[in-house]
Design a protein around this ligand. Sequence first.
Ligand code: P6P
Length: 356
Amino acid sequence: MSHASSADQASPGTLESVMTLEQFILDRRERFPQSTGAFSRLLRDVSVAAKIINHNIRRAGILDVVGETGTVNVQDERQKKLDEIADRELERALRRGGECCLIGSEEQPDTIPLSPQGNFQERFAVFFDPLDGSSNTDVNASVGTIFSVYTLPEDVDEKASLDVTLRPGSEQVAAGYVAYGSSTMFVFTTGNGVNGFTLDPGIGEFLLTHPNLQIPEARAMYSINEADIEDFSPELRSFLKWLKTKDPETGHRIRARYIGSFVSDFHRNLLTGGLYMYPATVDHPKGKLRLMYEANPMAFLVEQAGGQASTGHQRILDLHPDNLHQRTPLFIGSSPLVEAAEAYLQGREEDIPDLP
Ligand code: P6P
């Protein structure tokens, strides 16, 4: 086996030994062999917005960006100043980049057609939750950005209307999130696995730190708001009882972690193994998470990482969207845990698995 000379071996942690997000995307252009680089530029545009959003979040207490705007969004949720900033920066970056024909945002009532510049070989629609869990910003807890990318049919004009883009999550060409936690991470997939990049604030670059992420099948963590337990069905309560059972052999018992930010809970479960649940409740009879820009992108990611995402009765990526802001019940994470939840919720006692 040949050994690289010491001159070739970069010392660990130096720039020579890591790859930037842009280098990674350019190296992976085989995903779109006919690409004019438009897809690479689209992901670059999202990463630029992520850096600007990160800049604002990290100074929230210093800049006048905490608190509420005094307005409510289309979800009838009180908007945070950082919600508005994140929404504005994503729209600006995608409009300025010129690769995106249409955006759909949690903060906007309808999709917004962006007039494309120049000659397009691919046309992209991007759906996003600009700042998931934004109520956490006032208390210095983690938040995130989620995005979902579709290509538009060739024959659609640049003022694409919404119905052209409302397609099942299985037709996404890319999806990802930014987790603004103890560090800032950009995690995405184009259907060829999941890769994670950590922002080095010193050089302003996302560096590859988590290549080819696969979700462990461990019953490590579960995330659900158990304040709603009186709303849960008997089947869901039976599942939660099973989930919390101490393993008689190892003495292991699953841990509860619920941050109030889907991105943060999802990201931790992706690394440790676990399950995030937001079922139908009295306040949210169709679930709380939005299909187009929360459940679908994370379902694409988790399947690429070897996990599953379900309504409890159906695969998330198979759902046919009716509207931009529709909600769905969501069980997402390690496959054995999602399958066990489905078995309980569907009354299939015979399929209840052994404790993983
Ligand atoms: P609850 C944030 O608003 C969010 O959509 C998710 O990020 C989070 O997991 C959930 O709602 C929290 O909702 O009802 O438990 O406060």
